[in-house]
Design a binder for this molecule. Structure first.
Ligand code: SF4
Ligand code: MG
Length: 335
């Protein structure tokens, strides 16, 4: 498998009047060609900041990548110039967001927006661009593309608009598509259709996908691997199977209990009590300590080591580490 993206020790902070918010605190992950990686976590955990960093869309100031590297096909994007990034954003890495209206111009027809996107970045004729636009509309499942090209964004439903945004994001044949909560604004049946569309597009084009979501239910269908973020860190990563059937971090376990699942009969959903720590002054130890039912003495003092459970399954929790287990055992013995 070819690694197309490799993020190493990424740190991102925001300067505010109240101090510096450490939004991303040492994140490592990679993405293989044709793979879907889901980054999951509560709002404020740093997942959007991570994906915006890849696109170098962190507003600076107040934001700043303070440490680490983002290697895309061997080029470190943290060092790229704005000119290089504009080219990469147009041709190689595309991004779609929750609200399709932010990506569409209400005063232009869908056709002209699709065609313009292609003409801006690729040396093709207007006629070729129009043909490609029609093919993309067909690929994303918009009926009567010839007619629909002449219409304006407000003439489409929310789900159809998100399909158009996906067509726009794919028209230059990018290697990587980053989708930040792409179905959150849509109702459940439309959500399912859009997720199916992602699957179909990946089969047809081989595009790699990073899917950012707060909803583990959404990733169950389409993710190959899942990275769980908490308080600016990836606390567990694994294949979909490993995360759904053998979650090892208490936070991941909590997340799974708070999501409705079709494959389990349990219908009691248990929310995780408490709130994540303040990232103005993140704790030195495990940031989940205050909410964790298994917290031990060591937990709030020292951040847990990185434990490799399998070639694909990694977790950062003292329960996975001999040292943490010893502390836990002696705590239980002294009771
Ligand atoms: Fe819980 Fe400790 Fe593991 Fe953190 S390190 S998740 S507090 S057991
Ligand atoms: Mg977000």
């Amino acid at each position: 498998m070819e690694k197309i993206l490799n993020v190493k020790d990424l740190h991102v902070s925001f300067k505010t009047y109240g101090g510096e918010v450490q939004a991303v605190r040492g994140v490592d992950f990679h993405l293989e060609k044709g793979e879907t990686l889901a980054i999951v976590g509560e709002s404020g955990c740093g997942k959007s900041v991570t994906s915006n960093s890849i696109m170098r869309l962190i507003p600076s100031p107040p934001g700043k990548i303070t440490k680490g590297s983002i290697s895309y096909r061997g080029q470190d994007l943290t060092q790229a110039t704005e000119k290089q990034m504009r080219k990469i954003r147009g041709l190689d890495i595309s991004m779609i967001f929750q609200d399709p209206m932010t990506a569409l111009n209400p005063t232009l027809t869908i056709g002209s927006q699709l065609i313009e996107g292609l003409l801006q970045h690729k040396p093709v004729s207007k006629k070729e661009a129009k043909l490609k636009a029609l093919r993309m509309m067909d690929l994303v499942g918009i009926p009567n593309p010839e007619e629909r090209m002449k219409q304006y964004p407000h003439q489409f439903s929310g789900g159809m608009r998100q399909r158009i945004v996906i067509a726009m994001a794919l028209i230059c044949d990018p290697d990587l598509l980053i989708a930040d909560e792409p179905t959150t604004a849509l109702d459940v049946t439309i959500q399912a259709q859009i997720l199916e569309l992602f699957e179909r597009i990946q089969e047809k084009t081989g595009v790699s996908i990073i899917l950012i979501t707060h909803d583990l239910g959404v990733v169950a269908k389409i993710a190959d691997r899942i990275a769980v973020m908490y308080a600016g860190k990836i606390i567990e990563v694994g294949t979909k199977r490993e995360i759904f059937y053998n979650p090892q971090h208490p936070y991941t376990q909590g997340l799974l209990k708070s999501v409705p699942r079709l494959d389990l009969r349990e219908d009691t959903l248990i929310p995780i009590e408490g709130t994540p720590p303040d990232l103005f002054a993140p704790p030195e130890g495990c940031p989940f300590t205050a909410r964790c039912p298994f917290a031990m003495e060591v937990c709030d003092k020292i951040y847990p080591f990185h434990s490799k459970l399998t070639a694909t399954h990694n977790v950062e929790c003292w329960l996975q580490d001999e040292r943490g287990k010893r502390v836990a055992a002696s705590a239980i013995a002294s009771k």
